[in-house]
Design a protein around this ligand. Structure first.
Ligand code: SP5
Ligand code: ZN
Length: 335
């Protein structure tokens, strides 16, 4: 299977995130990607498809914020990485904002996703990696893997969050549609619900979003991923959320994934984007499922058996010592 990654994806390395009332070391580190690179070995650098596929999903003013916020933060005399501290909850409206703190709140979901001077470049090349994988699959490969880092599924059209800045899975799905696919499905098996991906395609009937994840009653992102969220307007019925309780093992995960695959089969997609997080692993430091390394090959074989051309986009997974083996197990199940 062709695997894509650009070394510029390593530059982004925020220092701290706000977690349960304290600033703690940022969990989404360059060492994650390095561990996967070391185990998988051969990666290709992606071609540059430019900003158009990004702007097909993300608002231009948000993209401008990602590029310019670190310099504006420094100009305002702030130390460290860009982080919001106020969010527009009540009576949101399109006020013209200039202050960096207002912008940081306007364009973010949480205080655990800082921006550094390298973030734009790393997020940009993360999307180029998923676009390269998408074009490999559109050209006839059965599957391709993009080592997306930073990850993407918590980022919406105009907001960052959950260690995500640009929604790689959504950008891949849209690129496939723009290259002639009629319907695309996204299966999200990261531990966390992909609120950004769901939000982006909420009212669209040409993209089916199915997610197996930790129940948002107990886990981030709390406000999205509940079973009664099924989409609206043209997207009514094209969102499927399958939350599982903490402690879930392969048996429960596999049954939920089978439900997702059956729903996707009824949708008859031309292409599948798999948002893959290895944070479902039994000893992940921030998550509470109990999948083993071998379980990823089992799950992958069941996805591959459906026969859809598949773009695999890396999302979370924070147990660095096991990350390479967990990704290798998933990829083995596909070939
Ligand atoms: C892509 C992805 O998996 N994002 C997950 C974001 C979850 N954020 C909430 C949990 C944060 C836990 N942070 C602990 C840091 C310890 N160094
Ligand atoms: Zn996750």
């Amino acid at each position: 299977m062709r695997c894509f990654f650009d070394p510029r994806q390593l530059g982004h390395s925020p220092a701290k995130e706000l977690h349960n009332g304290s600033f703690v070391d940022y969990a989404e580190t360059p060492a994650r990607a390095a561990a996967i690179l070391k185990t998988i070995g051969a990666f290709e650098a992606p071609d540059d498809h430019g900003e158009a596929p990004i702007l097909a999903i993300h608002d231009a003013d948000y993209v401008d914020f990602l590029k310019t916020a670190p310099a504006r933060w420094a100009e305002a005399g702030r130390p460290g990485d860009v982080m919001g501290y106020i969010w527009p909850i009540a009576r949101r409206r399109a006020v013209k904002l200039d202050r960096i703190d207002a912008l940081a709140g306007r364009y973010s979901l949480d205080a655990s996703t800082p921006l550094t001077a390298e973030s734009w470049s790393s997020a940009y090349w993360s999307t180029q990696s998923v676009l390269a994988a998408t074009h490999a699959v559109l050209a006839g490969d059965r599957s391709a893997f993009a080592l997306c880092r930073p990850p993407g599924h918590h980022a919406g059209a105009d907001y960052l969050g959950g260690y995500c800045y640009l929604n790689t899975a959504a950008i891949a799905a849209q690129a496939a549609l723009d290259s002639g696919a009629k319907r695309v499905a996204i299966l999200d098996i990261d531990y966390h619900h992909g609120n950004g991906t769901q939000d982006i395609f909420w009212t669209r009937g040409d993209v089916f979003y199915a997610s197996v994840h930790a129940d948002p009653a107990t886990d981030y992102p709390f406000f999205w991923g509940h079973a009664d969220e099924t989409g609206e307007d043209a997207g009514a019925g094209t969102t499927l959320n399958l939350p599982l309780p903490q402690g879930a093992t392969l048996e429960a995960f596999r049954a939920a994934q089978a439900s997702a695959l059956a729903a996707i089969a009824s949708f008859e997609p031309d292409l599948l984007v798999l948002s893959f997080g290895a944070d479902t692993w039994e000893e992940d430091p921030i998550s509470q499922f109990r999948l083993t390394t071998g379980d990823y090959a089992v799950l992958a074989r069941e996805i591959a058996a459906c026969g859809w051309p598949t773009v695999i986009a890396m999302e979370g997974g924070y147990a660095i010592d096991a990350l390479g083996a967990n990704v290798a197990s998933l990829l083995e199940g596909f070939v």
